[in-house]
Ligand binder design. Structure first.
Ligand code: SF4
Ligand code: SF4
Length: 77
């Protein structure tokens, strides 16, 4: 049951053939903004207290956001 609840709170970007996938776990994200600060192409933004994707096309899959998040709340692949 707990796993199902967590999965229901994962925001996943729309999948395209050649677009990156950015998965944000809203249960783990504390809205610190570190991922936004490290993103070199301004892909992410704050929406309320959580991070969100605003420009998926600009993502280079550098994974800096993924690597720098202290809460393992964002994954890019
Ligand atoms: S660095 Fe992690 S916890 Fe902080 S806003 Fe980004 S996804 Fe959320
Ligand atoms: S993978 Fe790189 S370009 Fe894409 S959102 Fe994360 S920091 Fe930005």
């Amino acid at each position: 049951m707990k796993i199902a609840e967590d999965l229901s709170r994962v925001e996943e970007t729309e999948k395209g053939d050649d677009l990156p996938n950015i998965v944000i776990n809203e249960t783990y994200c504390k809205g610190c903004g570190i991922c936004i600060d490290f993103c070199p192409t301004d892909v992410l933004e704050m929406r309320g207290n959580l991070v969100a994707v605003k420009n998926l096309e600009a993502c280079t899959k550098c994974q800096l956001c993924d690597l720098r998040c202290p809460d393992f709340a964002i994954q890019v692949f």
